[in-house]
Design a protein around this ligand. Structure first.
Ligand code: GLC
Length: 745
């Protein structure tokens, strides 16, 4: 009987709820199509309410429509982890005790995995952390192309090749947005250096823009379905990226069909009329009351706030653009803050630490390994390992600019090595050099006291003395996210390592033949000592699990499978942005604008090195393994194709070594006889394959017409010219194993 009563009550509650649903206004009814909800909400809003939702109300939030029960929208940095809470109108952290996060590896490391599955894992994990913290928009990922190795923010981006960046950004976006959190793919576009970032006017030809600098953003929109795009600080065609009609209206919204919201970079808006008409939808971070920079709580004076409302009131502006902006912001709110199915997310879970470690493990690149010094062998008598370098102990998750984090934990390289070695080795430490002893950003401090007043000679002498008696010496150096050393709002001034590290490395190489250099950076660095050092690892900024990932590779728990997402030049002048003298640009006589012409055009990175035959220190796509891979001859399923066809290349790859490992098979396409000049070859496909010792896999990569095209600026379209093409398959851009010639009819 009770069961019958219970069922009756439940049924009547469902009927009541259904009836209540019928009374729900359309915009609140999640079962209704998104566009219906948007139009219904818009129709109920006043002009003032529409103005309210298209600009910030605090440092990281914009207003909803309280009268309609439409919530505020909350944004957070950044691409590598969820920024600590800040006070309403401050950059400084609010010093909460429960907003520490997991720091995932920097996006250069993610790109270096060449594994889209890692991107999906990354996006899912960081999206869960954002959801748990109640954030609706994650201000990342960044996909600006690596044009110069001096750019302070390259560590936040995905390297020099538009195809690699395009393939790696899409799963990250899908992973984040499946949590009901929007990404904000940044910085659109042409923000390729930090010096003069607010005043640089980039001059670049249309073909280069479309072939090099836009593809990753286009993939983010058309394949990734990004819900927001962040405009860039710099100018292009003399308009700031945050209200740039060609980039935002013509390309992003009209050509690509972007239905999301364009968010300004913080302080990137400079003009009300341009902000109204040139495609901006949501203004953040403007530091002005219209009169003086830096006024706090000046939100009503934002360019899209009272000034916009005044123009409408005086009949100087219509409301069509306002409605379009409001529609896009409402769509964003319904996709995020008003998506009641999105779950609770999770924060600082062991699953997230595991994800961070796996991405780090797969992104570390073994650059050099003469005499197979690596992996370090701990069998036999107890070993003595000397670790040298400030980067072995210095926290790297604090600093670097807006991607700086407050972490729950960060395993240093020294700690990771000590834990991994256990009691099989005595692990000693020597400072080696003193770099940057500070450790604070927006009120978050590392708590480390790195003070060391010894002279460089004393520091080197100590390290050399200890090195002499060690079985292995591991130097951990590189850059450190301090100003001018891989940091937002500043570029490096040289390619070489700072703080006298080269001298330390040279001295250690003389003192011990088993020297391993671990370079922690988001950029290429010069390595004048490379021939004297048997083993070199590129270790990126790896976040919370840094020391564990580095130790995993050093001791062979993980067989390194990372591949460089950018070229390491021998010297700065070998890089195309510097060879052509096109950096950092020329300041105009009559204004603070700096004109920066990308004179190298499409020849960025390996495209330049291959075409100009300039041998790099380490090539794009380079990375070694603890095993060996042998390739058979590449074949294809056709010799002839039309633009309607795809062609599938297949190459047998064998793990001919003694341990399991992963190989990244890379496919480059050349168009040797084209009516326009084209790079020697361009990456158009890749596949990462995990092989057991002795295992052979037939690796297939298919491409269509897109892989053969160049952008014809006159026709404003992509063109594949009939004729012969060459497919080159290999393990790096400078390590081609075999080629296949085919014809496009
Ligand atoms: C910064 C950065 C941007 C960041 C924003 C908010 O200046 O350019 O990447 O998301 O402001 O901190």
């Amino acid at each position: 009987m009770n069961r019958l009563i219970a069922l009756t009550i439940t049924a009547s509650l469902c009927i009541a709820a259904k009836a209540a649903d019928r009374d729900l206004p359309v915009y609140r009814d999640a079962s209704r199509p998104l566009e219906e909800r948007v139009e219904d909400a818009l129709s109920r809003m006043t002009v003032q309410e529409k103005i309210n939702i298209i600009h910030a109300q605090s440092k990281f939030s914009s207003r909803g429509v309280p009268r309609l029960g439409i919530p505020d929208l909350w944004c957070t940095d950044g691409p590598h982890g969820i920024r600590p809470e800040v006070l309403w109108d401050q950059w400084e952290q609010a010093a909460w005790s429960n907003d520490s996060c997991v720091a995932f590896p920097a996006l250069t490391c993610l790109a270096a995995t060449w594994n889209p599955d890692m991107s999906r894992l990354y996006g899912t994990s960081i999206g869960q952390e954002a959801r748990y913290r109640g954030k609706d928009v994650l201000l990342g990922p960044g996909v600006n192309i690596y044009r110069t190795p001096l750019n302070g923010r390259n560590f936040e981006y995905m390297g020099e090749d538009p195809y690699l960046a395009s393939r790696m950004v899409v799963p990250y976006i899908q992973g984040v947005q499946q949590n009901g959190v929007a990404v904000s793919v940044k910085h659109y576009a042409l923000n390729n250096n930090e010096v003069n970032r607010h005043t640089t006017n980039v001059i670049v030809d249309d073909r280069t823009l479309h072939e090099i600098y836009l593809p990753a953003f286009k993939a983010a929109v058309k394949d990734g379905g990004a819900w927001t795009i962040m405009g860039s600080y710099n100018l292009y065609k003399d308009q700031h990226g945050c209200h740039n009609s060609y980039l935002l209206n013509d390309i992003l919204k009209k050509e690509w069909g972007f239905d999301g919201a364009v968010v300004s970079d913080w302080g990137g808006v400079h003009d009300t009329d341009q902000a109204i008409t040139n495609g901006l939808d949501l203004e953040f971070g403007t530091w002005t009351d219209g009169l003086h920079a830096g006024a706090s709580n000046a939100y009503d004076n934002y360019f899209l706030a009272k000034p916009y409302l005044d123009r409408i009131s005086k009949g100087q502006a219509g409301t069509d653009e306002l409605d379009d902006k409001a529609r896009r912001v409402l769509r964003l709110i319904f996709r995020t803050a008003m998506d009641y199915t999105k779950g609770e997310g999770e924060m600082c879970s062991e699953a997230h630490y595991d994800a961070a470690r796996r991405i780090g493990d797969e992104g570390i690149v073994l650059l050099r390994n003469k005499k197979r010094v690596l992996p370090l062998r701990l069998d036999g008598p107890k070993k003595k390992i000397l670790v040298v370098g400030e980067n072995a102990i210095k926290m790297m998750t604090v600093g670097g600019g807006s991607s700086s984090l407050k972490v729950q934990r960060e395993v240093s390289p020294l700690d990771g090595i000590r834990v991994a070695a256990g009691n099989t080795a005595d692990v000693l430490y020597a400072r080696g050099y003193v770099g940057d002893v500070t450790g604070e950003y927006n009120g978050v401090t590392t708590g480390q006291d790195l003070t060391d007043n010894r002279t460089p000679d004393e520091l080197i002498a100590e390290a050399v003395a200890l090195a002499a008696g060690a079985d292995y010496v591991i130097f951990v150096g590189g850059l450190n996210k301090s100003a001018g050393q891989d940091c937002e709002d500043s570029d490096r001034r040289e390619l070489g390592l700072p703080y006298g590290q080269d001298a330390v490395i040279e001295a250690l190489a003389r003192a011990n033949r088993n020297l391993v250099v671990v370079n922690v950076s988001g950029n290429a660095v010069a390595m004048p000592w490379v021939d004297k050092v048997p083993a070199v690892i590129q270790a990126w900024f790896l976040g919370s699990e840094a020391g564990n990932s580095i130790a995993d590779v050093l001791f062979g728990k993980v067989n390194p499978s990372g591949r460089l997402p950018m070229t390491f030049p021998v010297a700065l002048a070998d890089n195309s942005a510097h060879a052509a003298g096109a950096y950092p640009g020329l300041k105009r006589a009559d204004s603070n604008i700096v004109d920066l012409e990308y004179k190298e055009g499409i020849l960025v990175g390996y495209r330049w090195h291959d075409t100009r035959k300039i041998k790099p220190l380490f090539a794009f796509g380079h990375g070694l393994s603890y095993t060996d891979f042998t390739y058979g001859k590449v074949t294809a399923d056709r010799r002839e194709m039309t633009v309607a066809d795809t062609i599938t290349f297949t190459v047998p790859v064998t793990n001919s070594g003694a341990v399991a490992g992963a190989e990244v098979v890379q496919l480059y396409i050349s168009d040797p006889k084209c009516s326009v000049s084209r790079p020697a070859k361009e990456l158009k496909g890749f596949a990462k394959v995990f092989l057991q010792p002795g295992e052979t896999r037939n690796v297939s990569i298919s491409v269509g017409k897109d892989a053969l095209c160049y952008f014809d600026a006159d026709r404003h379209d992509w063109v594949a010219e009939p004729g012969e093409f060459i497919a080159s398959v290999g393990a790096a851009s400078d390590n081609i194993k075999s080629t296949f010639r085919f014809n496009l009819r």
